[in-house]
Design a protein around this ligand. Structure first.
Ligand code: LLP
Length: 412
């Protein structure tokens, strides 16, 4: 059962009415359920028991320290893509020997920071990056583990902006391009080639593309071993989808058993997984207050105090987020666009969405907002960023206060 549910027609998070949180903290606010997040973490980890594996939470998805600490307490590692994410992961107590550094554009300074911290390994994406890393590690008299990111050319059947494992994407190297890079890296006294990595896309709702990628990478692992490389890690990235509307993504158990079937017979291989959205997407809602109703001809707009600067997914990807009334009245729904105050027609949370009649002062919840919500938010239109609240049992804590006007001018 979800920890985010109606009780006596009031939407609650772990039993706490969202009306209470709105009253005390204001809107817009991100509200996360600890039970939902840790439940997803436990389910994901449990799915891989019995195989050598490492779960690295993808920090870009939701980087609030409170959540990172919960991950750290459960022995989870981190998938990072910047020096800033390294800083946050370490600050939260994530063990450096469980951190993998992904991304196509790592800078020398970020490499130095990660080498200094002694992270588990770098997921290297190009020959030039590999050479720079060898040089930086050399200057520091270090030897570091690397994986090469392979672009397996598998169609993940998801939104084009979040497909990352096809030929036309900037990520990774094809098998053919990667082989000489593996050979060159093996010559460096500062690099230890230990793994193969991929991430084919995000919000995948089928198991097949994962399986296909795993099969291609398994073959590569075996070929590389035959060529003398001591490959011990296979990083399959993240990508497991969630239900936003009516999707039926595989469970972590199905996902894991599919991967185990392909990889279970390879001895001495540790699977690295970089889940993000699955762990936190449905653990959070974005709480907002209705400001006005307005009609333009047949079109009915509900204007709220949440905007594309707070949650950009609908504007950027045409992503669906359900919008629910915090107090359910049972009245017949109207078809409305839920929009925000920003001066762009792309500023909407939902289009042609069923919603009971609402009035100024009513509260709404934008659902499934835990992943890629706050982390992608901005100060556009000089809007202070939303508060973040974590609910644990009957209690809630502000885990990041709403920004102030002073925050808007700091450093300017
Ligand atoms: N590992 C790597 C190397 C990644 O690039 C990503 C996400 C993940 C792991 C985590 O993937 P997940 O398990 O969350 O699917 N902003 C977009 C999604 C961008 C995904 C970027 N990479 C959205 O809001 O849908």
């Amino acid at each position: 059962m979800s920890s985010i549910e109606y009780k006596n027609d009031i939407l609650t998070v772990e039993g706490v009415p969202l009306t209470t949180i709105a009253k005390e903290i204001g809107t817009p606010s991100y509200v996360y359920s600890k039970a939902e997040f840790t439940g997803s973490l436990n389910a994901f980890q449990a799915a891989f028991t019995g195989t050598s594996h490492l779960v690295c939470y993808s920090v870009k998805v939701n980087a609030n320290l409170a959540l990172l600490r919960l991950a750290a307490e459960r022995g989870v590692g981190a998938d990072i893509v910047s020096g800033g994410e390294l800083f946050k992961a370490l600050r939260a107590g994530i063990s450096p020997d469980k951190i993998v550094f992904s991304g196509v554009g790592k800078k020398a300074a970020e490499m130095r920071e990660a080498l200094e911290a002694n992270i588990l390994m770098f997921n290297v994406e190009s020959a030039e990056e590999m050479r720079l890393l060898a040089r930086v590690a050399g200057e520091m008299n270090r030897r570091t583990k690397i994986s090469l990111r392979i672009n397996p050319d598998v169609d993940p059947r998801t939104h084009p902006y979040i497909s990352t494992g096809m030929k036309e994407n900037k990520f990774g190297l094809s098998r053919e391009e990667a082989l000489p890079v593996f050979a060159e890296a093996a010559q460096s006294p500062h690099l230890e080639v230990v793994g193969v990595d991929c991430h084919i896309g995000s919000q995948l709702t089928e198991t097949e593309p994962f399986i296909e990628a795993a099969e291609r990478l398994k073959k590569l692992v075996l070929d590389l071993r035959a060529a003398g490389h001591d490959i011990r890690y296979l990083d399959l990235g993240g990508g497991l989808g969630i239900r936003y509307k009516d999707e039926a993504p595989p469970s972590p158990a199905d996902y894991a058993s599919g991967l185990k079937k392909v990889l279970g017979d390879v001895p001495g291989l540790t699977m690295v997984l970089e889940p993000g959205r699955y762990l936190v997407g449905n653990s959070g809602v974005l709480l907002t207050e209705v400001l006005y109703n307005k009609a333009n001809g047949d079109k009915h707009f509900v204007i709220t105090d949440v905007a594309m600067n707070d949650l950009i997914r609908p504007s950027l990807y045409g992503a669906y987020h359900g919008v629910l009334p915090v107090k359910k009245t049972g009245e017949t729904p109207l078809t409305v666009d839920v929009v925000g105050p920003i001066c762009e027609s792309s500023d909407f949370m939902a289009k042609d969405h069923p919603l009971q009649p609402v009035a100024g002062g009513d509260l709404l919840a934008v659902m499934s907002a835990g992943a890629y919500g706050f982390t992608m938010s901005s100060n556009y239109n000089a809007r202070p960023r939303a508060a973040e609240v974590l609910v644990d049992g009957g209690h809630f804590t502000v885990v990041k206060p709403r920004e102030t006007y002073e925050d808007l001018v700091r450093g300017e």
